[in-house]
Design a protein. Sequence first.
Length: 470
Amino acid sequence: MLLNPEARVQNVVQCEDDAGCSALWPIIFAAGFAFVIVTGFAYCTLLERRLLAFLQHRVGPNRVGPQGFLQPAADGVKLVFKEDLIPAGADKWVFRLAPMIKVIPILMIAAVIPMGPDLVLPWFAPSLGDVWFQAPQGLVDSNVGILWVIAITSIATYGVVLAGWSSDNKYAMLGALRASSQMISYELSFALTLAVPVMIVGSMSIGDIIDAQRNVWDWFVFQNPLAAAVLILALLAETNRAPFDLTEAEQELTQGYMTEYSGMKFALFMMAEYLGMIAVSLVAVAVFFGGYHLWPMDGLPILAPLIFIIKVVLMLCGMIWIRATLPRIRYDRLMQFGWKVMIPLALLAVAWTAVSIVVGDALGGTAYPFISGAVFVLVLLIGAVALRRMSRERDSEEAIPLEDDPAYTGERRGLGWAMVHVVGMLIAIPLAQIRFQLRALEGMASFGRTPEEDRIMESGETAIKTAGGE
């Protein structure tokens, strides 16, 4: 009966119409979903370590349990018994609150993503007797699910900023500033690419977007691959994954905003990182890769969550593969890539879909796929020509000596350069004042010294210079 939809046409009641089902089913589903998410976070760490070891021709963790299967449990127990230290100069309440502000919004993203079509389950209701209840495989199917995802992903930034500010540590503060600027920069391209499925479907409900991708050829990644690529890159930057992990660059900032955290607070930040990977994979799979749809198993709603999980695991493997392949990019290039490359490409992807929809509607309903394909070919040609031109210009450029650089000689004119000079002078004023005060202090220190003391000071400085030269 569970696997044959035709055998349960009679006596089907919506779960929300019964008080008992509407109260118990969300609790049961939320508990099961939380168990899967938390277990997935734990074993996502093992997946990353084993896959990185495979890509780097190493063995990886293999001592705790069979083939290292219990390594996540061992890591969790270790962090539970670690000493929980708080810096003396930290703001203790904010320091404790920051990890929770980082974790909770990530969990809230999954609330609006349906994991499958409605299930029809046997249930006993005192007023109705033995009936079948139609229960959703999701917590909420909101009609503004896309707006919810955009808003909630922005809230997680506050946890990072508060963690860096409350730690009273310069490396943590620098990491927090990097995280905030990075997330703001890539949030724009992320939100723009989410407009593509909204325009195609005409709804902001993630359930409606998934239902529009029943067949493999209907997946939006094939209708607008540029938007899918920009979305994946933006999500990598949102979760601070390589090559965008500038917020916790070990060589520059030790551990970034997590420098002063230990014990379970550090575990919460690590949990937030891997839960963020799972959450953004859920979003990407839902809006561009068909969600829980995969032929020929669409007729089995009970297997839909398994299909969704398999797609998410493949997306996670792609993220780990990128980490093992690409080095960390420089911070200034990260910001240039976000503002000068990602946002124009996201706007191009939105224009691509908009033109395809308008022209397709004007020519008929079946014309949309052909118009979208034609625009895709046009975008490829424009991109190839632009890249070839950029490579030629780069090869023909010659290095300009510093003494001939217009920015150095002062030949640059305009409002922008004038503002730069004004800001530079404003910064130079306090620095000049500090230098003047230091010289005044040196003069006061030398005031009243006898000639004999001056000779002793000079001989000491000469001896130091001689020793340094040797």
